[in-house]
Design a protein around this ligand. Structure first.
Ligand code: AMP
Length: 318
């Protein structure tokens, strides 16, 4: 698989790298990292990592603006995106000459002339490191840092279950080969404004926990304003609720008045939640999913379904 992908990269002069909307460090790290890797290996190629700029993750690097119509003869590589509707900046993939999909989410839409999808991989950044080490692609320090940050972020500092022996040995090789100063990178990844830490305190205090082990919390626009944060803030904090004895699944509902929707961030340390979230215009990984709801009305139903899931899980896992 990796060799075939390398051959296609070698073959095309113009390459576009896309990833999902609402980019996170794995999406940004893999797309920007791969752009730098291809440029390092083939300096004459035109390579662009596209998608909306993220001011929150600006330390991950800059993204490129392109006029799509000028690139239909290019190779399009879609990273970290299981479904067509969530590809950022690409209207219709069928217009492109050749498409490669590389992803670690459970598949939703089958697409791509080549599709390398493996949900046992910790992150797409890990897959890009593998791609480098199984081909003649060259990596530099800047790209290695991006990939390291994306991988660390998606595994929640090597905590999540899909952190494997392979993850550790690839990271170790990456550090050895490129000499990245990895402890310094944590500042960017984990420093938070005080306002967000105060919101975290509010979330800990107000999380509602059911008998079955579902923790949930509604974060209204009023709360967001009171804490001087934004609708994405609770999503940045949701991983910090991972080790609560009484909580198996936890979910936050944040009001986003600008987008006129409710952002849902859900996590689990047992029950598989993505199938439930898929029924609510969302999806994701087995234990880390998200969704967008029209209003708080639907929250009740989702809470009920997740609570039921916890109950079932507890019954079967005494
Ligand atoms: P988040 O809670 O935003 O960090 O998202 C956790 C996981 O769920 C990520 O893998 C996302 O790709 C996925 N996800 C988040 N929101 C959605 C959505 N609206 N539709 C499908 N998948 C989503």
């Amino acid at each position: 698989m990796e060799k075939t992908i390398y051959k296609k990269i070698k073959e095309f002069k113009k390459i576009i790298i896309a990833r999902h909307i609402g980019a996170d460090p794995d999406a940004l790290g893999s797309s920007i990292g791969l752009r730098e890797i291809i440029k390092e290996t083939f300096p004459k190629k035109e390579v662009y990592a596209i998608g909306t700029t993220s001011s929150k993750f600006k330390y991950m690097g800059n993204v490129d603006k392109i006029k799509e119509e000028d690139f239909y003869d290019a190779l399009l590589i879609v990273l970290d995106t299981p479904d067509l509707k969530r590809i950022d900046g690409i209207k219709d993939i069928s217009k492109y000459k050749y498409v490669i999909k590389i992803d670690h989410h459970p598949a939703i839409d089958e697409f791509g002339d080549i599709s390398w999808v493996d949900d046992t991989e910790s992150s797409v950044c890990q897959m890009i490191i593998e791609l480098v080490y199984s081909t003649r692609l060259k990596i530099n320090k800047y790209a290695a840092e991006r990939l390291f940050m994306g991988l660390v972020s998606d595994t929640n500092r090597f905590l999540f279950y899909y952190t494997t022996k392979k993850t550790m040995s690839l990271v170790s090789k990456l550090i050895n080969d490129t000499g990245i100063d990895f402890t310094n990178l944590y500042d960017d990844l984990y420093a938070r404004p005080l306002s967000e830490i105060r919101l975290q305190g509010y979330m800990y205090q107000n999380l509602i926990v059911t008998e079955n082990g579902l923790g949930y919390l509604k974060i209204t626009d009023e709360i967001i304003k009171k804490f001087e944060v934004d609708p994405a803030s609770s999503g940045n904090l949701v991983n910090n609720f991972n080790n609560i004895n009484e909580v198996l699944v936890w979910v936050t509902f944040s009001e986003d008045t600008k987008q006129n929707q409710i952002r849902v961030n859900a996590r689990s340390r047992g029950p598989v939640i993505n199938k439930v979230l898929e029924r609510y215009n969302g999806g994701g990984h087995k234990f880390a999913s998200g969704a967008r709801l029209k209003d708080f009305e639907m929250m009740k139903d989702l809470v009920k379904d997740l609570d039921e899931l916890c109950k079932e899980y507890k019954k079967n896992n005494k």
